[in-house]
Every structure is written in C-alpha cells, then in structure tokens.
Ligand binder design. Structure first.
Ligand SMILES: Cc1cc2nc3c(=O)[nH]c(=O)nc-3n(C[C@H](O)[C@H](O)[C@H](O)COP(=O)(O)OP(=O)(O)OC[C@H]3O[C@@H](n4cnc5c(N)ncnc54)[C@H](O)[C@@H]3O)c2cc1C
Length: 391
C-alpha cells in the first residue's frame, strides 16, 4: 500500500490530524490499536480551553459542543475552609467549556464515518522503519490478523505516552525531560448532579481534591492518593467520605453523593521530548509530552500540536515547501513548555507533598492566599487556564 501520511493512534490528536489532512485532500491511513467502542467510551479530559473550542467551531465540529458543552466563566480555589473564586471571564474576557474528551473523539469518529474516511481499528504489531529516509514504512496486522505494509511520505506518531512511535526513534535521536510526582489521582464518575455550578480545586491538609462535572447529571471528582494506592482499597463509601472531608467549608457545602459509574487511578508526571520530530516521523500530543492533569492542558496541547502539524504537512506534501515542517518542533515546544510550567505550578500549589516540611507548607499557603487576593496573580493563572492564543 502507498499513502501520503500514516497516522498512528486515533485519540484526539490522531483523529483531528486525519480529519484536517483529509479535508485538504491528502491521502491518509489512520491506525488504532483499540476497538471503536473502547475509543469512543474512554473517559479522560473534560476541560476545553478557549483556543480549542474556537478551532473545533472553525472546522465545523462545534455543533454538539455548543449544544451540550457547559460554558464556565470561573472556578473556585478552596482552602482555609472557604472559597476564593478565580473569575476567568472577568479577568481575561474568555471562558472554558466543560465537554468530555470522549465527546470530541465521538464527534471526530462520526465526522470520519459521515465522509466515508476509514479508520483501521484493532490493528496490532505496528512497527516503523526508514524514518530517516524520504519513504518511511509502517508494518502492521489488520483486524483480521493479515500483515500489511504501507509506504508513506510521512508518519505522524499520535499514539500517546505508551505508544510505539517515540520508542522507534534510535537512541540519541531525542532528548527526554522527566519529572515524577509523589502522588496520583483517584478519579470517579458519579451518577449525581454536581454539587457546585463551577469546578472546585481544593487544597486540604489530607490532600488535594477536585470537584468537576461532565453534564448536569454527572459529577466527576478526583482525590490525591499515593502513587502505589490500590483501587480495591477504596470502597465507594470511603471515596465519598474522603471527598466530603477535603471539600468541607466553614459555610454550608453539601456534597451530592450517588452511584459511582467509573473509578481509576492515574499517576502524575511531566515529560517532554525534544525535538518533536525525527526525520519523517512527527510526534504530537501525549506521544511527545505529558503534563499532570491539574492544569487541564493535556488534550488542549494535543489539539494545539495538530493545528501546527496539519498546516506543516499540507505545505510539505501539497506545495513542496518544508519551512513549516522544519519549524514544527520549535513552534510547538514554546507552547508545550508554557503548559508544562503552568501544570507544574497548579500541581505544586494544590497538592500535599508527603516529603515537604512545614516551611514548604507555609510557602504553599502563602501562594494560594496571594493568588486569591491579588488581581495580578489571579489574572496570570486565569490567562494560562483559559488558554493562551495560538502563536
Ligand atoms: C484521568 C485523566 C484526566 C485528564 N484530564 C484532562 C483535562 O481535564 N484536560 C486536558 O486537556 N487533558 C486531560 N488529560 C490528558 C488528556 O486525556 C491527554 O493529554 C490526551 O488524551 C492526549 O491525546 P493524544 O491523542 O495525544 O493521546 P491518547 O488520547 O493517549 O491517544 C493515543 C491513541 O493511540 C492509540 N495507540 C497506542 N499505541 C498504539 C499502537 N501501537 N498502534 C496504534 N494505536 C496505538 C491508543 O489506543 C489511543 O487511542 C487527562 C488525562 C487523564 C488520564
């Protein structure tokens, strides 16, 4: 088989890239290891920053987002027993949209199917070769187990942090920067209306908690736990009682409890590889960088990478101009490192580091109080949270 671009991975990055390139008339093969049903249901990010929302509207994928997404103009920092609102829209003129990542994934899969653009689900044994030549090659087995070979002009590695694209780069081809955190997030989805109209980021001596939502009927919540915590040790009752302790205020706050539909534990890390390219392999999204989820930046960064990459590949493959492809990595890494810093800052300010001493706790509280009381500090946080404009 011969194609222009092989996209590995049908998460938000791969689906969006395939959609944008095919809309411009490019020939794309999109390969995904998991089943269609699994990918459509996989629950992850929920916060879309303003530039992500604008891009989705611009490319004709904003209808359901605008109908079902929840526009938020602020969120609460909860500490010292009370709420301190970060007024996103008042401070920046912008807002965020709560719209689940799996809804964006569904919209993209539906858009592919409506246009008759195939996605190969349940492929296995994907391997890359010839990445430093003009004709990289992708080997894989299709859903029926038959071996396939594709010769391409370009391979886009959009296969997440545990994919095969990044490890396919020979030793010395990439430099990795990594930071692991001494905690993880226990996340739950509950069949109960949210207890607050806006997100609550709570700093508590027992650890961080986040109260969020997916719809007017579904609550999403997270608890800071130890990285080696076992899900089996967390009964539904224990989760609700811990959330209730960490979200308690001096005023009246009552947590709406309900059946838990989903529970998971996610480790927290920061990771970046440079450059986000090796020869004819371009890395995008979680395949190139990971942020701790506290800043709600992971999916938004994936979208931002793809905006740059799609333009670069159209220029390269349709107009034989390599300028944007050459600058792809540098362009993306500026935004990536800003998001890395913001995600690290939110994580450090809100979580309880088990190794921290009292001095560090005092510094952390001072930062929270400053953010809550200074318009300049709150504006800086808000500007990053709603998403900096695309360069
Ligand atoms: C609990 C949690 C909460 C989060 N909250 C937020 C949030 O609020 N806001 C935010 O912006 N981000 C958030 N994130 C991060 C966000 O979900 C990721 O950054 C986003 O999924 C990245 O998209 P991606 O397409 O790059 O990678 P992925 O979504 O990981 O997609 C990669 C795809 O590649 C496929 N794949 C892997 N290996 C292969 C292979 N060998 N062959 C073929 N296919 C392969 C995978 O099955 C997958 O479908 C959160 C993440 C988690 C885990």
């Amino acid at each position: 088989m011969r194609t222009q671009v092989v996209v590995i991975g049908a998460g938000p990055a791969g689906l969006l890239l395939s959609y944008l390139l095919r809309s411009e008339g490019l020939d794309v093969v999109l390969l995904e290891a998991r089943s269609r049903e699994y990918v459509r249901k996989r629950m992850r990010a929920g916060v879309c920053e303003q530039p992500t929302v604008e891009l989705l509207r611009e490319i004709g994928l904003g209808t359901r987002l605008d109908a079902e997404g929840l526009r938020h103009e602020g969120f609460s920092l909860r500490f010292d027993g009370s709420d301190h609102r970060v007024a996103l829209t008042e401070l920046t003129g912008k807002a965020i949209m709560v719209y689940g990542q799996q809804e964006i994934v569904k919209d993209l899969i539906d858009a592919h199917e409506a246009k008759g653009w195939p996605i190969e689900f349940e492929v296995s044994g994907v391997s890359l070769s010839g990445l430093d030549t003009d004709r990289p090659r992708v080997d894989y087995r299709d859903v029926t187990g038959v071996s396939q070979v594709v010769d391409a002009d370009v391979v886009a590695g959009c296969d997440g942090f545990h994919g095969i694209s990044r490890p396919a780069v020979p030793a010395g081809g990439l430099r990795a920067f990594d930071r692991q955190y001494p905690f993880a997030w226990l996340g739950v989805l509950a069949q109960t209306p949210p207890s607050s109209e806006e997100l609550i980021y709570a700093h508590h001596e027992r650890g961080f908690a986040l109260h969020s939502m997916r719809s007017p009927e579904l609550t999403r919540a997270y608890l800071q736990v130890a990285p080696d915590e076992k899900l089996a040790d967390w009964s539904d009752d224990r989760i609700w009682s811990e959330l209730s302790l960490r979200l308690k205020t001096d005023a009246d706050f009552s947590l709406h409890e309900g059946p838990l539909l989903d529970k998971s534990i996610t480790p927290m890390r920061s990771h970046v590889v440079e450059p986000m390219r090796y020869g004819r392999l371009f890395l995008a999204g979680d395949a190139a960088h990971i942020v701790p989820p506290t800043g709600a930046k992971g999916m938004n960064l994936a979208v931002a990478d793809i905006r740059v990459l799609s333009r670069a590949l159209v220029e390269l493959l349709q107009h034989n101009s390599s300028e944007l492809a050459e600058s792809y990595s540098d362009t993306c890494l500026k935004r990536v490192w800003r998001a890395e810093h913001f995600s690290w800052y939110m994580t450090s300010m809100l979580h309880v580091d088990p190794d921290a001493d009292v001095f560090q706790h005092r510094l952390q509280l001072s930062q929270l109080r400053y953010t809550a009381s200074s318009r300049a500090a709150a504006t800086s946080l808000a500007e990053n949270y709603v998403g900096l404009p695309f360069a």
